[in-house]
Design a binder for this molecule. Structure first.
Ligand code: AHR
Ligand code: AHR
Length: 478
């Protein structure tokens, strides 16, 4: 019993079912998505390892060896052919030829599901998918439900990281012409408690966190690494629900009448499907999508709770990073939402963060690769030797980080030694300076420092400190 079997049993069948990670029906054995590689523009469908199972990521890896792959199609498992493809221009044009949006890089969001590697859909600003000619999706004021699993740590305040029902001409057709799940920390329209991010409903000309146009205290900030997000709507009634996709159940953040703003009752849904963009093809948002569905009919809470149990049982997890074992080569990836595509690298001898992808140059990849060494000042800590400048290490000087040759002195050894502990934001590691133990390796304005939390230097700023000092120990780029 996979999510769409559960919705069907509840009388609210899926009319669209999208996932790059797993089958959403127990009997589904078809393709999940299609990738296109840049070397020769050839495409390959990526399916499941077995009917009802997880994605065959190895097929993608072998097809994409030595080149860049983009996700060109996200198939619809419901049998209605409501697949998602590169979004066309609307009120706003995308950055790709013809005003289309970009396609997602197929390797940018690796995860584990059920102990198997899989890839999510990594939406950087400018990326978008759409289907303006669907079958069976709610129109007008018809009832529907939606859920999606997102990366709750990857978001921004741009408009609008959405999944769900939108306008069929990619334009803003007025209040109530869309009904989609939104995730991010935009306060341009509505918002909830805390600083975000929030799950909201994008109903066009408004991201709604509840009955009020702006603030609704019942919608909490929520940022589980794997996040289940739900929006559903029927005549003069709608709800927002959410939870941790790795454990526990769902909470209800709003359940009531349509917003107290003109134009949203009755709704005027048009039935297109969007992913990663606003209804009018606004392309300012970022986020990551793993799976999601749209139903016909308004699902019961009990049905959704059973779907949540299935998602938890599927076993979403992060890819186990290589440990900081002396002798291993690693790359150190930032975890701050702005910067999850950035790695610590040296550039003209200074340590900075740069966006590194499989398409980066060999120089960039080497500059972003470090060999873990037993700490020069202490064997219970570590040092980082440059991959392409052997004998040179990451060291601080006047609290800023550089790549410099080991001069054999005790000052250098201390400045080049870092002691690992669990990441301050719950991800990866934080690396305390050996000789300034309250200072941690931190990126600030793309430069790397040892920073204290709220100290006197600009780079000690308390804002985002926990995130800026947490690093994912990642496979080496070189
Ligand atoms: O409702 C918020 C956004 O407003 C929609 O996604 C977009 O179509 C419009 O710009
Ligand atoms: O980075 C702080 C200190 O600045 C280092 O320990 C020392 O090398 C320099 O004086």
């Amino acid at each position: 019993q996979q999510p769409c079997d559960i919705y069907a049993a509840g009388g609210t069948p899926c009319v669209a079912a999208h996932s790059t990670t797993r089958a959403l029906y127990g009997g589904y054995g078809g393709p999940l998505y299609q990738v296109r590689r840049s070397s020769d523009n050839a495409t390959r469908d990526i399916g499941v390892l077995a009917a009802g199972g997880t994605a065959d990521a190895a097929a993608q890896d072998s097809f994409c060896t030595g080149t860049t792959c983009l996700i060109s199609v996200i198939y619809d498992q419901s049998g209605r052919n409501n697949r998602l493809t590169q979004a066309p221009p609307g009120d706003f044009a995308g950055p790709a030829p013809g005003g289309y949006d970009n396609l997602a890089n197929a390797t940018q969001a690796p995860i584990m599901v059920g102990g198997r590697k899989a890839y999510g859909v990594y939406v950087a600003p400018g990326t978008g998918y759409r289907n303006n000619n669907t079958n069976g999706v709610a129109r007008g004021d018809q009832p529907e439900g939606m859920y999606a699993v997102f990366d709750g740590t990857h978001y921004n305040g741009g408009c609008c990281f959405d999944y769900g029902n939108a306008e069929t001409n990619s334009r803003n057709n007025g209040n109530g012409t869309m009904e989609a799940i939104y995730f991010g920390n935009s306060k341009a329209w509505g918002y909830g408690a805390g600083n975000g991010p929030w799950i909201m409903a994008d109903l066009e000309n408004g991201l709604f966190s509840g009955v009020n146009q702006k603030y609704n205290a019942g919608d909490p900030s929520i940022s589980h690494r794997f996040l289940t997000a739900i929006v559903k709507g029927e005549p003069n009634h709608w709800a927002i629900r959410g939870g941790n996709a790795q454990s526990g159940g769902l909470s209800t953040f709003y359940d009531g009448v349509r917003p107290n703003v003109a134009g949203y009752n009755p709704m005027k849904k048009e039935g297109a499907i969007i992913l990663g963009i606003g209804g009018d093809n606004s392309i300012g948002a970022r986020g990551t999508f793993y799976e999601g569905v749209m139903t016909s009919g308004y699902p019961t809470a009990a049905t959704e709770n059973a779907v949540q149990a299935n998602i938890v049982a599927a076993g979403y997890a992060t890819v186990p990073g290589p440990a900081l074992t002396p002798g291993t080569a690693v790359s150190l990836r930032a975890t701050t939402a702005c910067c999850t595509d950035r790695y610590i690298r040296h550039y003209a001898d200074k340590a900075v963060t740069s966006v590194i992808t499989s398409a980066s140059s060999a120089t960039d990849k080497n500059d972003a690769t470090w060999i873990v060494r037993s700490g020069l000042a202490s064997g219970s800590c570590v040092s980082f030797e440059s991959k392409n400048y052997p004998g040179q290490y990451l060291r601080h000087y006047n609290y800023q980080l550089y790549r410099q040759p080991n001069d054999g002195g005790s000052q250098f050894a201390a400045d080049a030694t870092f002691c690992a502990q669990a990441g301050k934001n719950g991800q990866g590691v934080s690396l305390a300076s050996y000789n300034y133990p309250s200072r941690y390796l931190r990126h600030y304005a793309d430069t790397v420092y040892i920073a204290s939390n709220g100290g006197s230097n600009t780079f000690d700023s308390a804002g985002l400190w926990n995130d800026d000092v947490s690093w994912l120990v990642s496979p080496p780029w070189a």
